[in-house]
Design a protein around this ligand. Structure first.
Ligand SMILES: Nc1ncnc(-c2cnn(Cc3cccc(F)c3)c2)c1Cl
Length: 291
């Protein structure tokens, strides 16, 4: 793939390019690859169309969430998902370049992953006390804002408390981030639930355009969120991932991989089933067929 623009950053499964021109400065191109990561490793086998499905899902969510953003006097960074280079058609977004805020804005509606461990130790998540008796996969009484700092490439994000957010962005902006994060999550979870998908948690990134708060990055995709099939939701154990479970199960039960060396290639049937999960999630959520 040869996007003839200066590469600014490369994530595990995405790249970001400088798309500014003298006529249109302060623009970036966010490109989603077909790469998939599991157990903190980028796998060698691409999932055909994963980049396109997740990009088109973000585009659709930007449309759905615009009323929530506007109610906060905020906006999103998407300029165009069609005015992009041919060789990344459908899997790239032309966006406004923002001054990114140094906070990963995570909202959790369910107990899972690091949240379960924190709850087991303290009976709460950050500064939010929770009822006793919750287990892995339990729905929380109300969604919780659990911010973290952006880690260096390859490291895990580090949990921070609300006071640290205030230190980073000021009290007013911190409160706005928490309220907007929770409102966007709640709207997303409501739409997902109607489509048979549990949106267990998600991570938003925001930036500033002048003094305006802007929703950035990818939004409510299975890479930035935990998607669980509602039909199999059963608190008390780790919930199956809507999109990555075939890959995780094969890697754990069939491949013999030791989870430290370079991961093996995926078999064709696991690739095909995983592609189908991404397409199905898109079609169930949006009601649109994936071209
Ligand atoms: N609108 C924006 N303005 C300024 N910066 C960003 C920005 C920087 N980094 N990221 C995360 C990321 C997205 C993809 C590939 C990567 F390597 C990293 C997003 C954005 Cl989205």
């Amino acid at each position: 793939m040869s996007v003839e623009l200066p590469l600014l950053a490369r994530g595990k499964v995405r790249e970001i390019y400088d798309a500014s021109t003298p006529a249109a400065p302060d623009r970036l191109l966010l490109v989603a690859s077909d790469r998939i990561s599991a157990y903190d490793h980028v796998l060698p086998t691409p999932i055909p169309d994963k980049g396109r499905v997740l990009t088109q899902l973000s585009v659709w969510w930007f449309e759905q969430l615009t009323p929530v953003l506007e109610s906060f006097g905020a906006s999103h960074h998407l300029i165009s998902a069609t005015d992009v280079p041919d060789d990344v058609a459908g899997r790239a977004m032309l966006v406004r370049r923002l001054e990114m805020l140094p906070v990963e804005c995570v909202a959790r509606g369910y107990l899972s992953g690091s949240g379960t461990k924190e709850y087991a130790r303290t009976g709460s998540i950050r500064d939010v006390a929770l009822p006793a008796g919750l287990v892995e996969g339990s729905r929380l009484p109300a969604p919780v804002f659990t911010p973290s700092t952006k880690a260096e490439v390859g490291e895990h994000d580090e949990a921070i408390d609300f006071a640290a957010v205030v230190s980073a962005v000021g009290a007013g902006r911190a409160e706005e981030l928490r309220e907007l994060t929770l409102a966007l999550y709640s709207r997303g979870a409501e739409i997902a639930e109607a489509a048979g998908i549990v949106l267990a948690d998600t991570k938003f990134e925001f930036g500033l355009d002048g003094d305006e708060l802007v929703l950035a990055d990818e939004v409510l995709t299975p890479d930035s969120s935990r998607f669980w099939p509602a039909s199999s939701w059963s608190p008390g154990a780790a919930q199956p991932s809507y999109d990555k479970q075939y890959v995780r199960d094969w890697l754990t039960n069939e491949s013999g991989w030791d989870r430290t060396s370079t991961p093996p290639e995926l078999p064709d049937d696991v690739v095909a089933a995983t592609r189908e999960r991404y397409v199905t999630a898109y079609e169930q959520l949006t009601g649109r067929s994936f071209a």
